[in-house]
Design a protein around this ligand. Structure first.
Ligand code: DHB
Length: 390
């Protein structure tokens, strides 16, 4: 009797001594991003931002060593889901992060739910994503957030008739619907709704239809990186001289590539959550450090999704004292507020989606370079699609 309880006590003591030291010293974060394929620029921006944050803030949080595992999904959903499962099963990651496109986030949502592991969406922008798993938190944006603000701006600025043209997948549909709903409510007319395939985007044939429809403005959504093709074809088809204004979410005047667009882009009006030219002290510091660490590359809106996503992970771990239980981490993330390079942001405790300022901007030449210069700001914008469901 005595001997048995002595042995049991010994076993319990050695377990207690061995397990926390061995198993909990390192916290692993799986960052799944497109580093090859058509959306490589998104992956590069996310990786650069996460690395910069870790350089600036160290790799020990709440006494735990942070290890970043970066994996390339090439922008293909079947890869993202497989990699997420491998990271959970083989590497025992405590966080899944990244998600450069909506389909990649959608494919991974059920995997995060099963594993009860936080999934930080740093780029994808379709409203419904956060509803696909209680473990999803978003630090990017939703397309509706800017679409509603741009629609109001258009209605207040003598734009009466608009044609919309969006990349034909979920975030494009969100942009089209949110813009059209709000613009129509404000008395405007959407004359035509054009959807362009996501593969090998060619806007030229659609732009001819836009010329024929003679709207006051063309509202366009393309995912990050595709704006340069749009702008080139917009000019080739003579739309820049037609009096038809180009407007949209800031994805079309992506800071990463905007400076290569040429002067035809001057005057393009967009609404968005981040501009490299955002004039806060925090952003000036961010842009300088990012450019220095990345061969002078400009940080774009994907980058702040990554920078804030890793910040959210660090702060959640601090709040849980290094506890990696998924439910504890989610509770820590809900309602968190901080100053991002883009301005003040928070995580809506009810929806786990981001609340942020949306800025109206105009492309201008500043010191010989093209920038999205902010001229109006709208604080604390929630995803309007989810707000309408209440
Ligand atoms: C998505 C991707 C983008 O590159 C972008 O600019 C906006 C949305 C997406 O797939 O959700």
């Amino acid at each position: 009797m005595l001997r048995r309880s002595f042995l049991a006590g010994l076993a319990a003591a050695s377990l207690a001594a061995a397990s926390p030291a061995a198993a909990q010293e390192t916290v692993k974060i799986g960052l799944i991003i497109p580093l090859t394929g058509p959306f490589t620029t998104t992956g590069k921006q996310l990786e650069a931002a996460v690395r910069l944050y870790m350089q600036q803030n160290g790799t020990t949080v709440a006494g735990k060593k942070i290890e970043l595992l970066i994996r390339d999904d090439a922008g293909r959903a079947e890869n993202t889901a497989r990699i997420a499962s491998e990271l959970l099963t083989n590497d025992k990651v405590s966080f899944l992060a990244g998600f450069g496109l909506t389909p990649l986030a959608m494919a991974t949502a059920p995997i995060a739910t099963n594993a009860k592991v936080p999934m930080v969406v740093m780029m994808a922008g379709t409203s419904i994503i956060t509803e696909r798993s209680p473990y999803i938190v978003r630090t990017s944006f939703t397309l509706g957030q800017s679409a509603v603000i741009v629609a109001d701006w258009a209605a207040q600025n003598k734009i009466k008739k608009v044609v919309t043209m969006v990349t034909d997948y979920a975030p494009g549909h969100d942009a089209e619907n949110s813009f059209a709903d709000q613009f129509t409510k404000q008395g405007g007319t959407v004359a035509e709704k054009i959807r362009v395939p996501i593969q090998n985007p060619d806007f030229a044939p659609f732009l001819q239809r836009v010329l024929d429809a003679k709207p006051d403005a063309l509202y366009v959504f393309t995912p990050s990186g595709v704006g340069s093709i749009l702008m080139k074809q917009f000019v080739e088809r003579g739309l820049d001289k037609s009096g038809i204004r180009l407007i949209g979410p800031g994805d079309i005047t992506d800071d990463d590539i905007l400076n290569g667009f040429g002067d035809a882009a001057i005057g393009v009006i967009t609404g968005h959550n981040y501009s490299t030219a955002h004039p806060s002290a925090k952003n000036k510091e961010y842009v300088a450090a990012f450019r220095k660490a990345n061969n002078n590359m400009r940080p774009n809106f994907a980058s702040v999704g990554g920078y804030d996503g890793i910040h959210l992970i660090y702060e959640a771990l601090k709040k849980t004292n290094g506890n990696t239980d998924g439910d504890a981490l989610l509770a820590a993330m809900k309602g968190m507020k901080w100053e991002s390079p883009r301005g003040p942001i928070s995580i809506d405790p009810e929806t786990r989606d981001i609340i942020q300022t949306i800025y109206m901007r105009k492309v201008e030449k500043v010191n010989g370079e093209l920038y999205n210069v902010e001229f109006a700001s709208f604080p604390d914008v929630k995803d309007p699609v989810k707000a309408a469901k209440k």
